[in-house]
Structure formats: structure tokens, C-alpha cells
Design a protein around this ligand. Sequence first.
Ligand SMILES: [Zn+2]
Length: 89
Amino acid sequence: MGERQRYRLRSRSNREVIRTVDPDAVYVDSETGEELEVVARVLPLAPSPSDLPWAVEHLRLCGCSLEQLTPKDLNDCPHCGRRLPALEG
Ligand SMILES: [Zn+2]
């Protein structure tokens, strides 16, 4: 379950990290040592049944007439409740 909201953090040299954040913590890029700033919340908004970021490589069509995008780590479509077919591979 994606209970905690994840954020996109960016450094001055435009390196990006996606992670949960603690509002009192300071995050630095592990390679450059630059401080990271929160620039966006990552979809789906928490709490969500999915742990995957809302990105095309993690989505598929649920297969019903609603033709909604559904995270690949779910067993049931969050839009229509139908059981999703098993993924290949
Ligand atoms: Zn559906």
C-alpha cells in the first residue's frame, strides 16, 4: 500500500530523486552532495493502493469498457473493481 506521499526532489544540477520526505529533514544528492528541493508531488496521491509512481511504464489498461489506466501492481481495477488478468512475464 502506498500510505505515504512521495515527492519529486531536484538538485541545482537537475538530478532528480523520488522518495517520501520528512518535513524537518534536509536531503542531499548522494553523488553530488547538493541539497535537494521538493518540486512536485508524485501521483497517485497517498494513500493509494498502488506503490508505483504514476508513469507509463507502470500502467496498463484495465480492459473494461471504461478503458482506464491502472497501476500494474494492483490485482483489481480501482475504477470498475474487476479482477485484472495476470501480467505476462
Ligand atoms: Zn476497469
